[in-house]
Design a protein around this ligand. Structure first.
Ligand code: MOS
Length: 762
């Protein structure tokens, strides 16, 4: 039983993280083919399903602590202003108001953007935090907000991305509006274009979109003696512990972060909220719990978004279909605080193209700040790239799938390393068969009123996961088994796969396992649930722990039977001796424990060196476009993926369907709209900010192209949460083009854009 302490560099998304920590040596061989497994890969209902559908599941906003206060933010009505004067006298006089925070009494709390404080005298977007009221009820807190009088000096503002990028006089921060421009080069772009038979230049645009998870952002915070307990709706309990401790200037060990059930995050719940820290400050001062729940408007203004994009491409192609050069200049707005709006990873990695030149800019504007959003960058980038690839195919009179296969790469074009596994060809074939791709005809072949089109798009993402990720298994004297891991279930099925993995190893029903996650006090470290890393990082640690427990059980049985350990067999929760005459169950062995509990540690192994780990996939779309109204109806989406091993077929289906539905919203309706004259967001609720409803959801068919990844871990699992959304918008846009013979180059593809494009093309 060996583990080692390592210092290693792991690559998460495009950032390298160095860590020193414990990893498991890959002692257990990767599970073999799926059909050799009893539980893994099957359709298993969630172990928390009854809790959830019966309404007994406790989400963060369901938590109420005795004597708690309710917190509410006063937010700036202006996109840019300086606060001249704050008068709290009326608000403070309201019965039930307990405390009010402003920049004046919180000046020692710097925020983790260098340029701002928890509450800053400069407000930089509509919705920026101005004051925080804690009161005996939510209603009193809301009433108090109206009684605070603020004198603002309005400042000039800029909310348009392109305008902000060249604006000299209006700066969101003193240093300017452009955040770290980045460049990437490969080969020689000039030679590449010189080699081409054709070049195409085009521009694609996407809109800012909002996460809108079902459950709003919220925290319930309590200072218990000198320990700070934070119930938070978060994708990252350990990260919140670290960030909260830093923000408050206390030791991490004094902070406990807890999250049980959650109604989605999509990246917007990876960060620490100002609401959490404001609540903690008040809680510390008043020695009372404080609860803060964002409302839907705050959800749409203040807790993140996907940057928009303007993507300018130039591509060189040979007659036979090979890409010779690809140039991309892009920009996107990250709102009022530094973030990244880069989107070039698909262009860099999707195809074998020897010559590349990429320039990217993230632009500050006076609007809510961007945050990671389900496959950040890739969703925008694949829309541009895959629209462009269809244009290339059309130029060559080639089937779009054939064009992509011509440029298929067997090695990662950035690192030149082979992939641990890549089954994209298989995914293309399966998804093509499921949609009926043989019916594909050149764009615009029909002149009828309602036109049918077929389109496709590819996807690439990381999603290999990695260390550090731990899981502990505890066996008590009564034979109860509990698994602990500091991971999170965002609604994705984490509880269930953890029990399934342990059940597979120990060959006892999943009901036997109690799963405890999302608690920094009880659970060993596991990474944030982002980057599609949860299942690929945590499932191997759980298997590691379960295998080690099995070994211990067999060790113990050998002692009980007075036989050599290697003569003991393990089967369905029993240890059996060499001639089958003696048999002892897991629970009986537990009864022999001298200690009350046996605690076994499991860890994720390191990823293999010298390989690229990626997920791959494709979606194909069938649409109908009404040329009189401009309305696009998606009839069907087929999806096929290489995501390594499937842990649970039911939750896999949930993930992919959810991604496709979200991608459909991105393609056809979702868009944050800001009035440029006032710098105010017009889409602050789900009436004006359109998301898909049941009526918009097409037939969805899914087939997985991979069995397992043979190299990355003992479970061979890669992630699927983000891959699910990546190709949808591009596939739909390509299908719309196929139907009309006219391409819509900006998302969302709303009826007005369709009608204008049809009119202009006449
Ligand atoms: Mo994701 S955007 O890493 O939750």
């Amino acid at each position: 039983m060996t583990r080692k302490l390592i210092k290693s560099v792991i690559n998460i998304e495009n950032k390298e993280h160095e860590f020193i920590g414990e990893v498991s040596l890959l002692e257990q061989e990767t599970w073999g083919k799926n059909d050799t497994l009893k539980i893994i890969g099957k359709e298993i209902s969630r172990i928390d399903a009854v809790d959830k559908i019966s309404g007994t599941a406790s989400y963060t906003s369901d938590i109420n602590l005795p004597g708690q206060l309710y917190g509410k933010f006063l937010r700036s009505p202006y996109p840019s202003a300086k606060i001249l004067k704050i008068d709290l006298s009326k608000a403070n006089a309201l019965k039930g108001v307990k405390h009010i925070l402003t920049y004046e009494n919180t000046a020692k709390y710097k925020w983790y953007y260098e340029t701002s404080f928890l509450l800053d005298p400069i407000v930089r977007y509509e919705g920026d935090e101005v004051a925080f009221v804690a009161a005996e009820s939510e209603e009193i807190a809301e009433e108090a907000l109206k009684l605070i009088s603020i004198e603002y000096a309005k400042l000039p503002f800029v909310v348009d991305t392109e305008k902000a990028s060249t604006e000299k006089n209006i700066k969101v921060h003193n240093w300017g509006n452009i955040v770290e421009p980045s460049e990437y080069k490969r080969g020689n772009i000039e030679t590449g274009f010189a080699d081409a038979d054709f070049t195409i230049e085009d521009e694609f645009r996407t809109s800012v979109v909002l996460h809108n998870p079902t459950e709003p952002h919220c925290s319930v915070v309590n200072w218990d003696n000198d320990e700070l307990v934070i119930y938070d709706s978060t994708q990252a309990v350990y990260q919140i512990r670290e960030l909260a401790a830093n923000a408050l200037g206390i030791e991490q060990e004094k902070v406990r972060v807890i999250k049980k059930y959650m109604g989605g995050g999509f990246g917007s719940k990876l960060d620490l909220g100002k609401y959490t820290i404001a609540a903690a400050i008040v809680s510390r001062e008043l020695k009372k719990p404080v609860k803060v729940v964002m409302d839907r408007k705050e959800q749409n203004l203040c807790v993140g978004n996907r940057p928009d994009s303007i993507q300018k491409f130039k591509v060189g192609i040979k007659k036979e279909g090979l890409l010779t050069a690809l140039q991309l200049n892009s920009m996107g707005t990250v709102g009022a605080f530094p973030e990244g709006a880069g989107l070039s990873w698909p262009a860099k990695t999707m195809y074998k193209c020897p010559n590349l030149l990429v320039n990217e800019k993230s632009i500050l504007t006076n609007a809510g700040a961007a945050r990671a959003f389900r496959a950040p960058g890739h969703v925008q980038g694949i829309f541009g790239l895959e629209s462009l690839m269809d244009e290339c195919a059309a130029k060559l009179n080639m089937n779009p799938l054939e064009f992509r296969l011509k440029n298929y790469t067997e090695v990662d074009p950035v690192s030149n390393q082979p992939y641990t596994s890549k089954k994209l060809k298989e995914a293309y074939k399966k998804a093509a068969d499921l949609i009926g791709w043989e019916d594909w005809k050149a764009a615009g072949s029909s002149k009828s009123v309602n036109r049918i089109g077929l389109g496709m798009a590819s996807q690439i993402w990381w999603g290999g996961g990695g260390p550090p990720a731990h899981a502990n298994i505890k066996l008590d004297k009564k034979g109860n088994i509990t698994i602990y891991s500091g991971t999170q279930d965002l609604g994705t099925g984490t509880y269930t796969f953890i029990a399934m993995v342990a059940s597979e190893v120990l060959q006892i029903p999943i009901e036997r396992f109690n799963v405890v996650i999302g608690d920094t006090k009880l659970c060993p470290y596991a990474p944030v649930s982002g980057g599609s890393m949860t299942a690929p990082s945590v499932s191997p640690a759980v298997r590691d722990a379960a295998e080690r427990l099995k070994e211990k059980l067999m060790d113990t049985a050998a002692i009980l039977f007075d036989e050599e350990k290697n003569s003991i067999k393990y089967s369905n929760g029993f240890c059996v001796n060499s001639d089958g005459s003696k048999k002892v169950s897991l629970s009986e062995i537990a009864g022999h424990l001298n200690e009350q509990d046996l605690l076994i540690k499991g860890s994720r192994n390191e990823n293999p060196k010298g390989y690229a780990i990626n997920t791959f996939g494709a979606q194909f779309a069938k649409v109908e476009v009404d040329t009189l109204t401009g309305k696009v109806t998606v009839l069907k989406i087929s999806a096929s993926y290489d995501i390594g091993r499937v842990l649970n077929k039911l939750t896999l289906d949930n993930q992919i369907r959810g991604g496709i539905i979200m991608g459909l919203g991105y393609a056809l309706m979702e868009e944050r709209i800001i009035d440029e004259n006032f710098g105010k967001v017009l889409t602050t609720n789900l009436h004006t900010y359109k998301i898909p409803t049941m009526m918009d959801i097409p037939e969805i068919v899914i087939e997985i192209a991979s069995d397992y990844d043979p190299m990355i871990s003992n479970t061979g699992v890669k992630g699927v949460g983000e891959p699910a959304i990546i190709p949808t918008a591009a596939a739909i846009a390509n299908a719309v083009n196929n139907a009309l013979g006219v391409r819509i180059k900006s998302l969302p593809i709303t009826p007005d854009k369709v009608l204008i494009a049809l009119y202009v093309s006449k």
